[in-house]
Design a protein around this ligand. Structure first.
Ligand SMILES: Cc1cc2nc3c(=O)[nH]c(=O)nc-3n(C[C@H](O)[C@H](O)[C@H](O)COP(=O)(O)OP(=O)(O)OC[C@H]3O[C@@H](n4cnc5c(N)ncnc54)[C@H](O)[C@@H]3O)c2cc1C
Length: 594
């Protein structure tokens, strides 16, 4: 990794989304004066807040939740008391009924009915006993964890709406990457101490009073106040390079084409557009790789409804295949300040699509008509109550992880790593399905790299997992004396334990027999003669002592072996239960990650 030097030439950042703004904020903190080019008319990128006649809405509701302490600190530092806590309420609509999500046993069972519930449980048990031996597809991966029937009920349709392809064509790797497995240490830690915290992270979240855009506008103000510049309506269109360095950025600001010298370039523009901006052009195989990376797009149809309380959820997942809508947001339930009129509700009907497809190219009024019809068909509002609407299209909302993306991404990455003063950050900048927090962390680290640090941005997500793992290990170490856990949960050696118990009991009876024999028999003194009823050939003689040794050794050995076997079995079952419990907890909000 290269080390950057500081000088008067500008640090140029492309994009004022969470990643770009965090990079700029950190650069200002480190004494630089970054220039941020943002092609849009507002900051926040995909995490911006849009407004229509005073109704604020997100490009898909944006929860603020993170395990990364530094990011959490930054959010609080920048927004302080305007950061509200929201108690989560969300449901899944399936087959004419609403199910609490994360699922609640009683609600799910009563909605599904006895027969279906039993079938789901049987299918779950069968998946545990006879899982797909090789998890090749998303369908295999989910069925192995939840059972095929639960997968078909709650996961299949929605996933297919989001990604636009059948689940048996989505790679298992994708699910495994999004939902990290748990090591035994983490599982034990979570099961013993972490459940409450994990549940809290799922059951409540932070949210800026007027939507995520409020956070990003604050970041913008702080960057500007610190001597940096966030320049809106500034579309970077070309990047000149020479001898492995980006030298100039060409941008169109409010319609005027301009150029700026570049000392360091940090880009959160999509990696595909970054490559095509390079002048001279990259080699053919890099351009070919770019052509193979793809994205899902996203449309939100906002409906203003003449009703105060439509439903209590912040959002509802629509698993019904009959409706095109994938998810429905109710923005006043995120924060009352999102809606200017307390007698109205603003609903976001979310459609996942691909740029250029039937939904993407549909006229706004047709989309509004479909959205109003679908909202009514779900029984959530009366079409006559729809007072107004607007439509927002978001290209490149989701970087697609198909079976070839990783190889093509490596080709692009390797080529870009040849530029000593270029770093790519964020979600589309790295073609990573990142939330705000990981996008921000890459921005933060990129700015630190400019000042001389040596972070490898491409390991950000994995590093966080390791960090979490290390933290769990450390906490366990603090809570329990050194090696207690290892000793307590270690497998018992059956042969060793059996031999030890056999030898001790054999010797005990051998010596007892000899001792009683030597001492002689006195009235009322202990007597082992009764053993002859159980041990054929036993008497209180030297030969008898050997007979006693043999019998008690064998019975002690058998007892010890059985004890060790059962102890290992029950401990194994307990550990399996702990791991399953922690795993199920980590999968509790699985649909949120699709
Ligand atoms: C529907 C949906 C729901 C989501 N929900 C959540 C959630 O609940 N919680 C969460 O944490 N995350 C959520 N996310 C993810 C979150 O939106 C992203 O992680 C985050 O916005 C990524 O930030 P970024 O800065 O990397 O990229 P972006 O947000 O994409 O920002 C990139 C910026 O660069 C600008 N840009 C691009 N090219 C150029 C150019 N050539 N010149 C100048 N400017 C340019 C763009 O206009 C944009 O403003 C959600 C995403 C989607 C799609």
């Amino acid at each position: 990794m290269k080390v950057f030097s500081m000088n008067d030439q500008p640090v140029v950042i492309i994009g004022a989304g969470p990643a770009g703004l965090t990079a700029a904020y950190e650069a200002v903190r480190l004494g630089m004066k970054p220039i941020v080019f943002e092609k849009g008319d507002t900051v926040g990128g995909i995490a911006r807040t849009e407004s229509y006649k005073g109704y604020h809405f997100d490009v898909g509701g944006h929860r603020f939740f993170t395990k990364i302490e530094k990011v959490d600190e930054l959010w609080r530092e920048v927004l302080d008391e305007e950061f509200i806590k929201v108690r989560r309420m969300s449901r899944i609509y399936y087959n004419g009924r609403f199910y609490h999500y994360p699922l609640r046993a009683f609600n799910a069972l009563s909605n599904l009915g006895i027969l279906e519930s039993v079938l789901i449980i049987l299918s779950y048990l069968s998946s545990q006993v006879w899982p797909y031996p090789k998890e090749e597809t998303f369908e295999h991966w989910v069925s192995n964890r939840f059972g095929k029937r639960l997968y078909e009920t709650f996961f299949k349709t929605y996933t297919e709406k989001v990604w636009g392809i059948p689940c048996n064509q989505i790679l298992a790797d994708w699910a495994a990457q999004r939902i990290k497995g748990l090591s035994l240490t983490s599982a034990v830690y979570n099961a013993l101490f972490g459940i409450r915290k994990a549940k809290t992270l799922i059951d409540e979240f932070d949210y800026p009073l007027k939507g995520p855009g409020m956070m990003w506008r604050r970041f913008q103000e702080k960057v500007d106040a610190g001597g940096g510049q966030v320049r809106l309506h500034s579309d970077t269109v070309s990047l000149k390079h020479e001898n492995g360095r980006i030298t100039r950025a060409v941008y169109v600001e409010n319609g005027e084409r301009k150029e700026m010298p570049v000392e360091h370039l940090i880009s959160s523009a999509s990696i595909t557009s970054l490559v095509t901006m390079l002048d001279p052009k990259p080699p053919a195989e890099v351009l070919e790789a770019v052509a193979h990376l793809s994205y899902r797009a996203f449309i939100i149809v906002v409906l203003i409804i003449n009703k105060r309380d439509l439903f209590p959820d912040q959002w509802i997942y629509i698993h019904s295949p009959n409706a095109k809508v994938g998810r429905i947001q109710n923005f006043r339930n995120w924060s009352a300040a999102m809606v200017p009129d307390p007698d109205k509700t603003s609903i976001g009907m979310e459609y996942f699509c691909t740029e250029g497809d039937e939904i993407w190219t549909m006229a706004d009024n047709d989309l509004t008509a479909i959205a109003s019809r679908e909202l009514a068909a779900l029984g959530l509002a009366d079409p006559d109550d729809v007072a107004d609407s607007c439509v927002l299209r978001q290209p490149k909302a989701y970087p697609v992880y198909d079976h070839e993306y990783s190889d093509y991404l490596s080709v692009i990455r390797e080529y870009l790593e040849g530029f000593e003063n270029l770093q790519t950050i964020g979600r589309n900048g790295m073609h990573r399905y990142n939330n705000q927090d990981h996008s921000m962390l890459t921005g933060l680290m990129a700015a630190q790299n400019v000042a001389g640090s040596d972070h490898d941005l491409w390991t950000v997500n994995e590093d966080e997992e390791y960090l979490e793992e290390d933290k769990n290990k450390e906490k366990l170490r603090q809570l329990l004396p050194e090696n207690t856990l290892i000793r307590a949960f270690a497998r018992m050696d059956k042969l060793g334990f059996a031999t030890a118990v056999g030898t001790v009991s054999g010797l005990l009876f051998f010596l007892a027999t000899l001792w009683l024999m030597i001492r002689g028999r006195a009235p009322g003194s202990p007597d082992l003669e009764f053993l002859s009823e159980y041990f054929a050939g036993y008497s209180m003689t030297v030969e008898g002592a050997f007979v006693a040794f043999l019998y008690t050794f064998i019975s002690g050995f058998l007892f010890g072996w059985l004890f060790a076997y059962l102890r290992n079995l029950f401990l194994g079952m307990y550990l399996y239960h702990l791991k399953k419990k922690a795993e199920l907890l980590s999968l509790r909000d699985f649909v949120d990650y699709l």
